[in-house]
Design a protein around this ligand. Structure first.
Ligand code: NA7
Length: 533
């Protein structure tokens, strides 16, 4: 072990980790970054499945802190593909020389807090031991993928892929009989590409989802130049918004709009594409009448996309109100079911009973497959924090502390875990917002807190229990006012067997959240106990 502790260990080399590393370095702090991947990218390193794309527009889903960077990186499409976003993050890493501060190919196994030295000791699976004053968990919100516990799952003798751990060398799926399990964003984006390659594709759907076409397009030179001219305003609007992007809902409230106006608004927001449809009218996810009108519009559009009435019925969502799971943003998903070699299995009618050497058996049929693709989601928001052995004050394990659900102050501070700063953690708005801007805001908050402690002579900062409980309860209360709180989703923890139910992200909006963070900082980090050893 090195004798002098470093200032920060930063776990994760995605948007938040890269940002925090380069800004810590600019302040002259010493950092050690650790990432299990072989290079930067985070989410965009792992999710290489065909069709992977961001559902936030590329002009918004990028760093805003450096005008020159913003101008020199030319996005090619309205919604960037995974390879393009990965190239962008590699470019950022090169431009600010970030890689030298990382140890790649190492996974953090444990972190132990010492009350004596006010430091964390971090151990990795490569045998590294690093002592650090601060532990910054920039581990992402959707980074602990889960596989369903299907009987016989591991007996399958064909090829098995997971969208969230797709091989760097893309497998050749041409002419193969492919099973796709999972119809969230990942499965919905992958399907058209799997169908283009496979001789047969069977989609095993447990819950039908709402998906809206992306209306993606290339960004031509004129649009790019106009976007550059408008960038300051676009960013200003995003930083002041509820969801980190410049789009706002129709200004006339639904209940004051005529039927014709409502129809025109839904039409307009439909063609904006993807998740933006849920913004049509304010209150869409909390007012039953608005939600019903949006759903009726959605179903009319869906009916124009799918030919077979039985398939259409199975693809029509009925388990949750529109918009209360993130609306998927697709490119030709529903139309793929019109191809003769693509089949939909409704698992609510016909559940999977077993996976065996050659395929999948449901309650009524055995189907033979060469390939199974799992697009079955993540232990969201808490999974990456609880999978390592993080021991805080008195040796208490974070995993145990959070059995009943996470308690955080602003998503960043965790009572009992001094000097651990979780970026985009449970209790932050990031996954309901724009991860790029959120990562900047979270990194800044963490670094300013670290600056403040250095300037005032404090060596530790720990969220107070009462403040964290109050923040967590506030988040729960806000979620209970919309349909989000009662939907079975990864937001509520319902997608993982045995996981505590609650509402993991902060739903109060990006701008109000920033203001709350600024208030806390402005009051000398009210809600944190600052102390010296
Ligand atoms: P999601 O959205 O969590 O989707 C996972 C999908 O996998 C969903 O359709 C699940 O059905 C399905 N699933 C999970 N377990 C099973 C089993 N046992 N059998 C059949 N189907 C199953 O993850 P994604 O990766 O698609 O997207 C995550 C986020 O990334 C997304 O929200 C965007 O923000 C970007 P269920 O709905 O639980 O019935």
């Amino acid at each position: 072990m090195s004798t002098a502790p470093v200032d920060l260990v930063i776990i994760g080399a995605g948007f938040a980790g890269i940002y925090t590393t380069l800004h810590a370095q600019r302040r002259g702090l010493t950092t050690v970054g650790i990432d299990a991947a072989s290079d930067v990218g985070g989410t965009w390193y792992w999710n290489r499945y065909p069709g992977a794309r961001c559902d936030v527009e590329s002009l918004d889903y990028s760093y805003s802190f450096d005008d020159d960077l913003q101008r020199e990186w030319r996005w090619s499409e309205r919604y960037a593909t995974q390879p393009e976003i990965l190239r962008y993050l590699e470019h950022v890493a090169d431009r600010y020389d970030v890689r030298q501060h990382y140890r790649f190919g190492e996974r953090m196994l444990s972190a132990d807090w010492s009350e004596t030295t006010h430091t964390w000791t971090v151990r990795t699976d490569a045998g590294s031991v690093v002592e650090s004053r601060w532990l910054v968990m920039a581990t992402g919100s959707l980074s602990a993928p889960i596989l369903p516990d299907l009987p016989g799952r591991d007996t399958f003798r064909g090829e098995v892929y997971q969208t969230a751990a797709w091989p760097i060398e893309h497998p050749d799926l041409r002419g193969k009989r492919i099973a796709l399990i999972g119809t969230g964003s990942s499965g919905i984006q992958a399907l058209p590409h799997l169908a283009a390659a496979g001789s047969e594709v069977v989609v095993y759907q447990r819950t039908a989802n709402y998906s809206v076409p992306a209306f993606n397009r290339n960004i031509d030179d004129d649009e790019w130049l106009a976007a550059l001219a408008d960038y300051p305003e676009r960013r200003r609007a995003s930083w002041n918004s509820l969801a980190g992007s410049p789009w706002t809902s129709h200004p006339v409230p639904f209940h004051e709009a005529s039927p014709d106006e409502r129809e025109a608004v839904f039409e307009e927001f439909w063609t904006r594409g993807g998740v933006l449809f849920a913004k049509a009218f304010q209150g869409l996810t909390g007012d039953a009448e608005i939600n019903a009108a949006a759903t009726e519009f959605f179903e009319r559009q869906l009916a124009t996309l799918v030919d077979d009435p039985h398939t259409l019925a199975d693809l029509t969502p009925h388990d949750h109100p529109l918009g209360t799971k993130r609306i998927c943003t697709d490119s030709g998903y529903y139309q793929t079911f019109n191809q003769e070699h693509v089949h939909l299995v409704n698992l609510q009618r016909e559940p999977i009973t077993a996976v065996s050497e050659r395929g999948i058996t449901t309650s009524s049929t055995f189907r033979e497959h060469d390939v199974i693709v799992y697009a079955t989601g993540f232990d969201a928001m808490t999974g990456a924090l609880t999978e390592a052995d993080i021991r805080g004050r008195d040796g208490r394990l974070l995993r145990d502390e959070w059995k009943g659900g996470p308690t955080t102050l602003l998503g960043i501070g965790i009572p009992g875990f001094p000097n651990l700063l979780s970026l985009n953690g449970p209790g932050s708005p990031s996954v309901l917002s724009n991860m790029a801007l959120c990562s900047e805001q979270q990194g800044d908050f963490a670094l300013r807190l670290i600056d403040h402690c250095a300037q005032t002579g404090f060596t530790s900062a720990e969220a107070r229990w009462d403040a964290a409980l109050e923040w967590t309860e506030h988040g729960r209360e806000l979620a209970s006012r919309s349909f989000f709180g009662s939907t079975r989703s990864w937001y509520t923890g319902a997608n993982v067997e045995g996981k505590a139910r609650g509402f993991l992200p902060y739903i109060g909006g990006f701008r109000p959240y920033i203001e709350r963070c600024d208030d806390v900082a402005g009051a000398g980090y009210a809600g944190f106990v600052l102390s010296e050893h």
